[in-house]
Write a protein that binds this ligand. Sequence first.
Ligand code: UDP
Length: 155
Amino acid sequence: FEKLMQLATERGYQIYLLGAKPEVVEALVKKLQKQYSQIKIVGYRDGYFGQNEEVIGDIKAARPDILCIAMGSPRQEKWIAGNLEKLRVPFAIGVGGSFDHVAGFSKRAPVWMQQAGLEWLYRFLKEPTRLWKRYLVGNLLFISLVIKQAMKKKP
Ligand code: UDP
């Protein structure tokens, strides 16, 4: 997400940020504008909304090139899948807890854990009751599906 914001600024892409709590997304916008004076944030909104149509109208009117959605997995992916056609945005991506991280509301794993591919473990240890299902059940299911698919492809 951070690299994407940098690249979008360099190339002049218009960005819309959707997700997280109101105070988080507001702090994020301020932080990004301070960090990248040329950044084009054409709209933002928190991820706790009732009326979907109103949000879609707001995004369409802002005409972003990039839509970043931080509403947690799999909610954000489902939201993109259900609304992308209506939005007419060329590029939409779910970015999970990135708004909270970049705005300074939550901490990332130590760099060595990020580099070792263990950020999931750090997050799991911090919030085991919320994340055990995602990481233990979800990951095993994912791996088994990958193996199943790989076996199928062999003649
Ligand atoms: N979030 C949201 N709307 C919701 C649920 C969650 O905007 O209905 C936000 C939440 O405030 C947080 C972000 O989604 O900023 C990521 O949440 P989570 O940590 O669950 O995502 P993950 O990175 O684990 O997929």
